[in-house]
Write a protein that binds this ligand. Structure first.
Ligand code: FA5
Length: 346
């Protein structure tokens, strides 16, 4: 039996050496060490041995089994390394191949202009305030000196949800809410960017949903000249140092006096062209001194505090600044328009 075991060992070691890959090696393992293999068979035959021979043979079987196992493990390591080396040799990469370009997104032109305007006002000490898009009639109109039935409500055709609730038609309700929160105390210096909604028919310059940025400053001794100075800085920073501004008298129920601001036309430099309809000026926002009624309704003493407010439509500002001829381009998600703004990204 000893002789048989020695032969078996030699045989197994030979086959292990000859194995050329991991599969062949595994076949040898199963053949020699598996349940149906010769070693198991020897162990089964041990019962027939004498009591003296049994421990001797048992020890020998163990030695042979361990030797075969150790050889298989050593060979396995060797074959694994060989397999990795072969795989690496086969899969060499050409590092000179140009990489696949990653598609990068960029900011929407409207986001860009809103952020630019926000950054400018933040640099002048303003804070950003926000309010709900679904607004009450009170904040959207009444607190802004537009009582029910006031004819000026027609200037902003509205989407009503109930008698008292509507989609806000402008960002001015955020003024009213902020003043009320400050309980009659100054100073207040905010801008409020956000979406607004009107029952306007969509065309090249009108959208039923658009963006506004409201500005509000309340303190003692705030004057119309402060408003003009602020708007002048705004126009020059956003449109260029060479742009002039002018204020024209206008009407908003929540400001007195009220003005509209025009900037000099970039296309013709003020001499008149079809962009500015021959006037040399383009209107960009509404503004004025906060009406004393609005101050009082929000809890301010209008003898002590004054303030100015303005409201602009960033779509129209972006149209002027970037030369976009139709407001609907902002909302139709034509990737060709959006991609043109990628080059402007820092
Ligand atoms: C207002 O909404 C006032 N709340 C602005 C204001 C605030 C005045 C504070 C005084 C003090 P107006 O309706 O003019 O004003 O709208 C302001 C700006 O919104 C316009 O100059 C224009 O740029 C933009 N706008 C108005 N309607 C539309 C529309 N349908 N589509 C796109 N932009 C619009």
């Amino acid at each position: 039996m000893e002789q048989k075991l020695r032969e078996l060992e030699q045989d197994a070691l030979q086959k292990i050496q000859n194995a050329e890959n991991l599969k062949e090696l595994n076949d040898v393992r199963v053949a020699y060490l598996g349940k149906k293999g010769p070693i198991t068979e020897v162990l089964r035959g041990m019962g027939k041995l004498s009591a003296e021979e049994r421990p001797k043979m048992g020890a020998l079987v163990n030695v042979v089994r361990e030797k075969i196992t150790a050889e298989i493990e050593a060979k396995q390591g060797e074959l694994e390394e060989k397999a990795i080396a072969e795989k690496l040799a086969k899969e060499t990469i050409d590092v000179t191949l140009p990489g696949r370009p990653v598609q990068l997104g960029n900011h929407h032109p409207l986001t860009k202009i809103v952020e630019e305007i926000e950054d400018l006002f933040i640099s002048m000490g303003y804070e950003i305030a926000e309010g709900p898009e679904v607004e009450t009639d009170y904040y959207n109109f009444e607190a802004l000196n537009l009582p029910k039935g006031h004819p000026a409500r027609d200037m902003q055709d509205s989407f009503y949800i109930t008698e008292e609730i509507l989609m806000r038609t402008h960002t001015s309700p955020v003024q009213a809410r902020t003043m009320e929160k400050n309980q009659g105390k100054g100073p207040v210096k905010i801008i409020c960017p956000g979406k607004v909604y009107r029952r306007d028919s969509d065309d090249a310059t009108h959208s039923h949903q658009f963006t506004q940025i409201e500005g509000l400053v309340i303190d003692r001794n705030i004057r119309l000249s402060d408003l003009k100075g602020t708007l002048n800085v705004f126009a020059k920073k956003i449109f260029g140092e060479e742009r002039e501004i002018r204020l024209r008298p206008s009407f908003f129920p929540f400001t007195e006096p009220s003005v509209e601001m025009d900037i000099s036309c970039k296309m013709c430099g003020g001499s008149g062209c079809n962009v500015c309809k021959g006037t040399g000026w383009i209107e960009i926002l509404g503004a004025g001194m906060v009406h004393p009624n609005v101050l009082e309704m929000a809890g301010y003493d209008s003898n002590e505090y004054t303030g100015f407010a303005f409201g602009m439509g960033p779509e129209r500002i972006a149209m002027l600044k970037y030369g976009i001829e139709d407001i609907r381009h902002f909302y139709t998600n034509d990737i060709r328009l959006l991609k043109q703004f990628a080059v402007h990204e820092e």
